[in-house]
Design a protein around this ligand. Structure first.
Ligand code: ISE
Length: 332
């Protein structure tokens, strides 16, 4: 049985903590830490674990065999590096890092250590619906994939949310799912902004239309809408030269914030991707590190390279080329 430590016990970390406690004799939640020790204490009490006095104390705890990082995004890379240094497998929430150089530090550390320690929480890859799309593509049922249509809507985001965050925190899921479904890297990106919504702050362009181009020339379009109002709504359709396959969240005729409650939309990703999180955590615990099928540090790095190109496109207003470079042997 492996002892797990969780850093960051906000909504996401607390949700992971509860899942660990439901894994029976495969894993035990040993310790949690949060900058808000009161919050950590409440999660520890609910899940029967200890509270570690600091993140480093948690990582070095001899009873902690593997770590989940669910703290704020800017802490992901330093904490992942500390786990690698301590020789402990780590599952970090996405994105791996906000900047490309920070993600490169993780790749360098794993390559120097000669093994993979890091898994990145792109949980959609474990969602049964996305799994169905991937299986249809891999079986050749729809022929060669030509176009991927994605929709990613959140009911609302805090007033402090800005466009860059939409790209690095939210669109990053679509980047990962596009790379995974198509099995190839992204080579260019572009984006467009519809007219400004007066109800939204000037630091947020919302919704946004994002376009990705894959190495073999497939095109991905993403509508990302952070303040859609009516619910959490994620859709995907892959069009091939012999047919199409889509997530089963069929379109509704008319949806508004008022009509949505009766129409069965999830309120957020924890609800929509509950099964995916179960599978993600379960498979991670079974594989811990090298045998684990989760997205690797390379996947985290590649997604951030594309997200960073989108941030450039936001500034320049032009299509931006993307190059992730050759995949190191460790990640083949
Ligand atoms: C949010 O930032 C997330 O972290 C979720 O995983 C994602 O599904 C959601 O739409 C994002 O806004």
């Amino acid at each position: 049985m492996v002892g797990i430590g969780i850093i960051g016990t906000g909504r996401q970390g607390a949700d992971h903590a509860r899942r660990i406690t439901s894994l029976g004799d495969k894993a035990r939640l040993v310790a949690v830490h949060d900058l808000d020790l009161g919050l950590a204490g409440r999660v520890a009490e609910e899940c029967g674990s200890r509270v570690a006095a600091s993140d480093q104390a948690l990582i070095e705890d001899p009873e902690v065999g593997a770590v989940i990082v669910a703290s704020v995004t800017k802490t992901h890379v330093p904490l992942v590096l500390a786990c690698i240094e301590a020789g402990k497998p780590v599952l970090t929430e996405k994105p791996l890092g906000i900047t490309v150089p920070s993600c490169e530090r993780v790749l360098d550390a794993e390559i120097a250590a000669g093994r993979r320690y890091t898994s990145v929480g792109f949980m959609r890859r474990f969602d049964p619906e996305y799994g169905r799309l991937k299986a249809a593509l891999d079986s050749g049922a729809i022929g060669e994939p030509m176009v991927v249509h994605c929709i990613h809507r959140n009911p609302s985001v805090p007033a402090t949310h800005h466009t860059r965050q939409t790209l690095t925190d939210t669109v990053v899921h679509e980047i990962d799912i596009a790379r995974w479904l198509l099995g190839e890297e992204i080579v260019s990106v572009a984006l467009e902004k519809p007219r400004h919504q007066p109800s939204v702050s000037h630091q947020l362009a919302d919704p946004l239309l994002v376009r990705l181009e894959s190495r073999n020339g497939a095109r991905v379009d993403v509508e990302v809408f952070a303040n859609a109002g009516y619910g959490y709504d994620v859709r995907c359709e892959v069009v091939g030269n012999k047919g199409y396959v889509a997530l089963g969240d069929g379109p509704h005729d008319l949806v508004t914030a008022e009509s949505a409650p009766g129409q069965g939309f999830p309120t957020d990703w924890l609800e929509r991707f509950s099964e995916a999180y179960d599978a993600e955590i379960g498979r991670w615990v079974e594989g811990l590190g090298e045998a684990d099928p989760s997205p690797s540090a390379w996947d985290g790095f590649a997604a951030t390279v594309v997200a960073e190109a989108l941030v450039r496109a936001l500034q320049t207003g032009h299509r931006e080329a993307v190059s992730v470079g050759p995949r190191p042997d460790l990640y083949r």
